[in-house]
Design a protein around this ligand. Sequence first.
Ligand code: ATP
Length: 319
Amino acid sequence: MLTLLKLLKDGRFHSGQALGAALGVSRSAVWKQLKHLEAELGLSIHKVRGRGYQLASPLKLLDPAEIEHLAPSCAWPALVSDSIDSTNAEALRLIERQHAAPFLVLAERQTAGRGRRGRKWVSPFAENIYYSLVLRIDGGMRQLEGLSLVVGLAVMQALREQGVPEVGLKWPNDVLVGQKKIAGILLELVGDPADVCHVVLGVGINVNMQMTEEVDQQWTSMRLESGKMFDRNQLVAELGVMLQKYLARHQVGGFSAVQSEWEQNHLWQGRAVSLIAGVNRIDGEVLGIDSQGALRLRVDGVEKVFSGGELSLRLRNDS
Ligand code: ATP
């Protein structure tokens, strides 16, 4: 099916006969595969009598050679899938099979993209970026401190560099434009954090997605914010450059090396929020973050510090 898509991706007309000949199948088999492409991948294909079939808009697929050409200094070996359950899940399977880190897993779509606590990340075909970078960590806990916040900074800077200037951060791991989510980050760890472990830095960025009814909170994409289409290979290259820069700063100076930059870009600095931890809720005012990336809140006039993967922040109505 994807071989057929690759023949069509130039956005030109292709006759059923030519497609059939290229694939070694009959014209009716081509037609069936086209219907399947539309249903399965949500693509729209025009059929014009006498001319053939054409994708409604040309498609540019992820291309590891192009990514490497654009950012040769941070070319982690990349495994690109047309369709996968989740790039983080694939990364974890590869770690299990002793695949040598660092490496990158990319996919055109995810059928079970994941967010925190089993939530779903909506991942349509060829529109966005689904990216998991695997690193081996053998420097102990310090290298993990505040790491998901560091990834957030790198994602934010990559988006700004590509032309989405209003993007900012929400503690601990969201990248937003105003109140709308444009990217999400999910770190997963295997091994012993105090000794040798592997960390999967999972990043989902809404790039050219214009509509979906599946996301149950406010969201946006780079295209919706800027009115133009983005080249995903360029964005992957840019993200690699930014990740390399921020991970290096973090490795040398710990989280405190990026603490003030993170705070300056925190969209909810000074806001009245509720911190949700399971069934518990704590109301407070955001003071900032500490040198390890933990959230500092003023609660009943007293500063308190919160950290941990199970915490979520919500704005209070009176904020
Ligand atoms: P938290 O504040 O705890 O981080 P969250 O709702 O942002 O809460 P995440 O686990 O970071 O949780 O992200 C998963 C959520 O993101 C989903 O429950 C859904 O609401 C939303 N979501 C899913 N797919 C997308 C997408 N492609 N773009 C934007 N938002 C999405």
